[in-house]
Design a binder for this molecule. Sequence first.
Ligand SMILES: Nc1ncnc2c1ncn2[C@@H]1O[C@H](COP(=O)(O)OP(=O)(O)OP(=O)(O)O)[C@@H](O)[C@H]1O
Ligand SMILES: [Mg+2]
Length: 421
Amino acid sequence: MASYVAGIDFGTSNSSTAITNGGVPRLVDVENGRNTIPTALYFPEKSSEVFYGRTAQQKYVDSETGGRFMRSMKRILGTPLMDSSTQINGHMVKFDDIIGAFVSYMKQKIDASANENVESVVMGRPVHFRDNDPAADDKAQQELKRIARKAGFKNVCFQYEPIAAAFAHEQKINSEKLACVIDIGGGTSDFTAIRLSPENRNKADRTKDVLANTGVRIGGNDFDKNLSLNAFMPVLGMGTDYKVYGKVLSIPNSIYINLSTWNQVNDVYNYKTLNLVKGYQTWALEPEKLARLYQVVQNRLGHINLNYVEKTKIALSKDLSIESILDFLSDKPSIYITREEFNNSISNDVEKIEKFLSECILQAGVKNEDIDLVILTGGSTEVPRVSEIATKFFPNAEVSAGDKLSSVGMGLAYDARRIFL
Ligand SMILES: Nc1ncnc2c1ncn2[C@@H]1O[C@H](COP(=O)(O)OP(=O)(O)OP(=O)(O)O)[C@@H](O)[C@H]1O
Ligand SMILES: [Mg+2]
């Protein structure tokens, strides 16, 4: 019997992995019977323990002493930050090692499921980790490769995430299709135009079937950011003024931007920012709003706020409006927002997504009318304004939208079987 090989979808928001030793791949239990795990880590204060996924999220929310919570680490790959360290419980830790801890956790789950040391893996990657920067793109892939090797994989290959999603879907079709994959996750939007057919499934070389790939660094994290800045941060004083020596000035936006960006929230937790906010509160024209900001910075409530933002966004995929009560603040302010307001807040992002999708079809040399299958994958394709794109662009296509959070992991394992077995 052949050894097991794996595919890992290391996602900005969620990760999954599947393994195979020659047969149909199976998804690995990565967290208490679940086959996806939030890409999150929690380092409790004064402890060397590390928690992952939902457990990390829960422990962080329950903790009274703080500690360090991290999400969306994938966004750091390929940036200069990868070469620096961050303070965790008084120690300087490299981002490399933080992502490494998460990939090692996935490797342990893989090995436990395979009951052997799995040495070969296909890792997913977005079409672009960074926009318009091929050198940074290469750097990001090299960093991820180095991390996977350090975690114990001897053979590491890469595949574009949307192509993997297409391979997973190809198992289900019974006739040839000209397909377009729209994969919109937490950090990136990726598109592939690809020929799928039952006969092609076992072909060793699929390069000719892939007609085009495009991608842009926009995802659900950006939707959260826009929603936070438009609806949540004004409650904390964004857009208000302070008056000093008779001069009226605006409270600067930088703290609000950090608080609205998943991988920058921790940057506001320091005495300098706390004192700054105290100062603004003294001079603010609407001090009750700055008092809320002070609470958020002092009690490290930024990630909790972003959880509320994300929940509000997800609720707006189903409901036309929602009231969100910020009960983590002492005066429990409430925010009312409609889907239309949310749609307006993400309109620039959606425009860019449409531009890169058009570019993919153009590069593929086909017409929108020729596409007969659209594969929607990635959690952010649940946003109605985003899923509408499929029908708007491709009038003759059947739209498929199953297994949004695990299809990439499955497809990567199919690719691992093709490459390694
Ligand atoms: N019902 C929903 N409505 C709106 N957004 C949703 C919904 N469900 C999940 N999301 C969003 O989908 C994103 C996560 O999707 P997914 O798990 O596919 O991303 P990822 O694979 O981790 O990211 P990437 O592929 O960009 O690295 C998050 O931003 C999440 O808020
Ligand atoms: Mg993804």
